[in-house]
Design a protein around this ligand. Structure first.
Ligand code: ATP
Length: 944
């Protein structure tokens, strides 16, 4: 194996399994660990190297050429032109200041975008990316990047292939090659040699990036990394960029509208200036001033960064967001459709008791008890076939963990059964050779395996009792097989219900001795004429945090609907444990099917015959506090139907899923949520969010973060917009009322693109406030910049700031010898000082404003003074920058400022306090008079 190129084998499809192993110089147990390392060093890691991208430069350029930047370029050009035509009026300084602003603005926006992108990439890296291989005869989980040619892959349903490989063993395998071929029809795969057909359609080859829809098998890798078929097309597709989220698009639209309005206003001012005899250049400056003062430049990058930071917070809380738009959608979630097993419960199943020989037998500390009495070992021998079935009818496997210990992996139900069988040591089976399998299927709700042992063919079947017991013609009683009477069948099902009512997950187990020779048996026909062996009851406790999370959802107006494949009574018992339905379920009143009377549980079979209208009625939130129905014995298609109906009803639906069959529901949900631990690769790839801890409570935390980030975006938008008013009023006063111009254009820029930036960012990172989950979800249609926000920003906070700033400006002038009506020389020290006072007033009131904007309802004094370090840093930054503007020669030169006596900050601080007091009063009044509307707990507490 000297040249890596030789690992590509164009005839690999024609070889037998033995020849494949020989060609790739590997063994039936896979490569040894040393050989795998050697090949890794030789061939390099199994990764797709991204093609070179010129995106960096492209993006940087974009920040210098967007709409606002172009406006600023024009403004700078005009200023330089003015200086050229009428030198000595300081217009060139203005030009330079505007150029500086363009650079600072672009650099800051670029930095924010870069940081947001890094955050998102870092999140992607958090998704575990491993595959199972056999190395030296042991099953081990290795990072996908360490897969090498010759590796023996152990493939399971739902996995994404890590490399191109040739199957040497395949059971019921179907693959989805759409990632490569675009065709999503499932394709059968076998291990037999084949030599007709297209390379990508070869029935014994599996390719990197494609997924296994069903079955399992083993395959030898012949191409990895960029040499895979996927690697070849990855070169072409890696540059695709994600589009903007709805919120980002809204921001772009808002910025455009504001810019258009400002442009029109700027033009009007220019015309008014000319008309009132101000002359071309001064009029042009007005126009520019108006435009610059109004356009919310920093909004889009700050929004993007806020979303990215929120997704980082979510990741810390174990919810991995794959696409930024999901962060926003989460905040609107009105319904969570959740699985039971593993999401609401821990997925740590343990067999607690079983039913055999008409007895309930408890298993404790390795012993059996019935009716409190110890069962002697000799009696327990009778249950050996039951234990044999548990030991053999599964697809769990023993694997070696990185720490060297060996454990079981696979379906937790099967692992629990297997561990139970091993722990009690009853199964000493004769060597059994597995001949075939009828895989588990969520519709049949059972599985069977077929074994050859000492000249006998034995089938073991396990599954949901109501799906399996009707297939049993006999039962084992005290070691003897007897015919199954209808009484006996009813007794078994009654016992299964009793277990289910106690929140146990129940499986029935049966066997059959088949008369045929192995070569004559059709596996599909073995599930009949079975002999019932027993019922096994497993406990799977709810996650500790779930009851609280369910209660939080209820307070937050988010409905939780359980959709499970498990028994209705088990589902109901778990729903009661976690507070989803009250301990004593109320009588139904919403037209539930008769079988579900007295219990709000709908079964899959009911759903099949249910009209769309009936389903809608069931899914409509109850006004009288009735709990939502629990959906049990559901197959993935049922889940899909519920999700689609909810969406048609206008709900924002978050849906959890783990299996291949869940993919359609995950895709059609408003937010698809996959399990990070128990979920298949297919589910994780389809989902928008991956739960790293598979816990329902994590979804609730993510919703909280989603709501908080939207609130935060509103907070800094309010903050940024309100400072526009004191920036524009001086120009209005100058243009319409003949006031001296209280603020110069460079000073406007200094606020907008200087002092305001970090505090705005601080508001963008505000942690969720306590009331976030005590109000109903935000309607999907609600606009970011709604009327209350605009009124508060422009007509309340903004006007107060403007009054303080203009007041300070005139007071300073009047106390320094200026009288109304007299002209003021723009170059005079008094004018520079007075405009500096206006600037100081705006910045100091913005300090109070940033505190006021932390919440639009709650008093700033209830929010915790040191709650948000970035806001404190922002304030420090804002004030430091102001001092640099006012007290340094560079500040003076670029921004036309002048040093001020320090006492001036005393009255300005009082002004800032006045703004804070006004806002506190407004909040108090709003809370008092809009009490009904703003008593979110009362409004959201519609649930039981
Ligand atoms: P959820 O959808 O909440 O995760 P679930 O895991 O119980 O619930 P399914 O996996 O569809 O849903 O299982 C449905 C039923 O099928 C179970 O209640 C059980 O009776 C049976 N079952 C589950 N796993 C197996 C298995 N490996 N072998 C045989 N029967 C099984």
């Amino acid at each position: 194996m000297s040249d890596p190129q030789t690992y590509r084998f164009h005839d690999i499809n024609r070889l037998t399994a033995e020849e494949v192993l020989k060609r790739l110089e590997t063994a039936g147990g896979g490569l040894t660990a040393d050989e795998a390392l050697r090949r890794l060093a030789e061939c390099g890691p199994n990764v797709l190297s991204a093609p070179e991208r010129y995106v960096f430069l492209q993006r940087l350029v974009r920040h210098f050429t967007h709409f606002l930047a172009v406006l600023l370029w024009i403004a700078a050009g005009l200023s330089f032109a003015a200086d050229f035509l009428r030198p000595g009026e300081g217009m060139a300084t203005l030009g330079w200041a505007i150029l500086g602003v363009i650079v600072i603005n672009a650099a800051f926006a670029f930095y924010q975008e870069y940081k947001a992108e890094r955050a998102v990439h870092a999140l992607h890296r958090m998704l575990p990316d491993t595959a199972w291989v056999s190395r030296g005869g042991q099953s081990v989980e290795v990072p996908r990047s360490e897969i090498v040619p010759g590796d023996l892959l152990l493939l399971e349903e739902g996995e994404r292939e890590p490399a191109d490989a040739r199957l040497i063993e395949a059971t019921g395998m179907r693959v989805d090659n759409s990632a490569l071929t675009g065709e999503s029809k499932p394709k059968r795969r076998t291990a037999d040699p084949a030599d007709d057909g297209h390379w990508l359609d070869m029935p014994n080859l599996v390719f990197a990036g494609t997924t296994i829809l069903s079955g399992h098998g083993r395959a030898v890798v012949f191409a990895a990394g960029m040499r895979t078929e996927f690697g070849k097309i990855a070169r072409l597709t890696a540059t695709v960029e994600e589009g903007l989220s709805p919120l980002q698009r809204e921001i772009v639209a808002v910025t455009r509208v504001v810019a258009a309005i400002s442009l029109a206003m700027g033009a009007a001012f220019f015309a008014i200036g000319l008309w009132s005899g101000l002359g071309f250049w001064i009029s042009a400056i007005f126009g520019i001033g108006i435009i610059v003062a109004n356009v919310p430049e920093g909004l889009l990058p700050t929004v993007t960064l806020s979303l990215a930071m929120a997704s980082q917070q979510m990741a810390k809380r174990k919810a991995l967001v794959k696409h930024l738009p999901s962060v926003e959608t989460l905040g609107c979630t009105t319904v969570i459709c959740t699985d039971k097993t593993g999401t609401l419960t821990e997925n740590r199943m343990k067999v607690d008791r079983f039913y055999a020989d008409r007895l309930v037998i408890e298993a404790r500390e390795g012993c059996f008890f019935t009716a409190g009495r110890l069962v002697p070992n000799t009696d327990a021998e009778r249950w050996r076939p039951l234990f044999d079935a548990l030991l053999h009818c599964h697809n769990a496997k023993r694997v070696r963990r990185p720490d060297g210990r060996s454990t079981m992996t696979g379906d937790p139900t099967e692992v629990a059964l297997l561990e139970f069988a091993i722990e009690h040591g009853l199964a000493h089976p004769p060597p059994l050779r597995r001949m075939g399998e009828l895989a588990f299927d969520a519709d049949r709700k059972r599985m069977s395996t077929l074994h050859w042992s000492e000249g006998r063919l034995i089938a073991f079947t396990k599954g949901a009792p109501e799906s399996l017991v009707p297939l049993c013609a006999r039962l084992r009683l005290h070691g003897e097989g007897i015919p199954m009477s209808s009484d006996e069948r009813a007794r078994i099902l009654a016992q299964s219900r009793t277990f289910a009512e106690q929140a146990y997950r129940v499986l029935a187990v049966a066997m059959r001795e088949v008369a045929h020779q192995p070569e004559h048996i059709e596996v599909e026909t073995i599930e009949n004429d079975l002999t019932f062996l027993g019922l096994v009851a497993m406990m799977d406790p709810p996650h500790r945090e779930v009851p609280e999370a369910v209660a939080t959802c209820r307070r937050a107006g988010v409905r939780t609907i359980m959709i499970t494949g498990d028994h209705p009574l088990t589902a109901l018992a778990v729903a009661r444990k976690i507070g989803l339905v009250p301990q004593q379920a109320p009588r139904p009143s919403r037209g539930r099917s008769p079988a579900a009377d007295f219990v709000p549980v709908i079964e899959g079979s009911h759903l099949d015959g249910m009209s769309e209208e009936h389903l809608r009625r069931l899914l409509t939130p109850s006004r009288s506090g009735e709990p939502d129905p629990v959906f049990a014995r559901m197959a993935p298609r049922h889940k899909m139907r519920i999700v689609s109906t909810l969406k048609e009803m206008g709900e924002t639906v978050a849906v959890t899923g783990d299996g291949v069959n869940d993919a359609p529901a995950l895709k059609s949900a408003s937010i698809g949520i996959a399990m990070g631990i128990a979920g298949t690769d297919v589910a994780k790839e389809t989902a928008d969010i991956v739960l790293l801890d598979d816990n329902f409570a994590t979804i609730v935390s993510a919703i909280e973060e989603g709501r908080a980030v939207y609130d935060n975006i509103r907070k800094f938008t309010t903050y940024i917009l309100s400072s526009n008013v004191p920036e524009i009023v001086p120009f209005l006063g100058y243009g319409f009322l003949g006031w001296p111009l209280a603020l110069t254009i460079p000073q406007v820029l200094a606020v907008d693109l200087g002092t305001d930036m970090i505090p705005a960012l601080g508001l963008g990172t505000e942690r969720p406030h306590a009331d976030v989950m005590q109000r109903p979800p935000r309607p999907k249609t609600e606009r970011l910049l709604n009327r209350p926000l605009l009124l508060r920003a422009y007509l309340f906070l903004g006007l107060i700031e403007a009054a303080i700033a203009m007041g300070a400006f005139f007071l300073y002038l009047e106390t320094h010898g200026w009288t109304w009506g007299t002209p003021l020389d723009w170059a005079s020290p008094l004018y520079r000082e007075a405009t500096s006072v206006t600037l100081c007033a705006i910045v100091v009131t913005q300090v109070a404003n940033v505190l006021a904007c932390r919440s639009d309802r709650r008093s700033v004094f209830t929010l915790g003074r040191f709650g948000n370090p970035l806001i404190l840093t922002g304030i420090a930054f804002e004030l430091t920058m102001l001092l640099l503007l006012i007290y340094t020669p560079l500040g003076h030169r670029l921004f036309g400022t002048s040093g001020l006596p320090l006492w001036i900050f005393g009255p300005l601080a009082l002004g800032a306090l006045a703004l804070l007091a006004a806002e506190e009063t407004r909040k108090a009044i709003a809370n008092r008079f809009a009490g009904g509307r703003w008593n979110p707990v009362g409004r959201a507490a519609g649930g039981p």
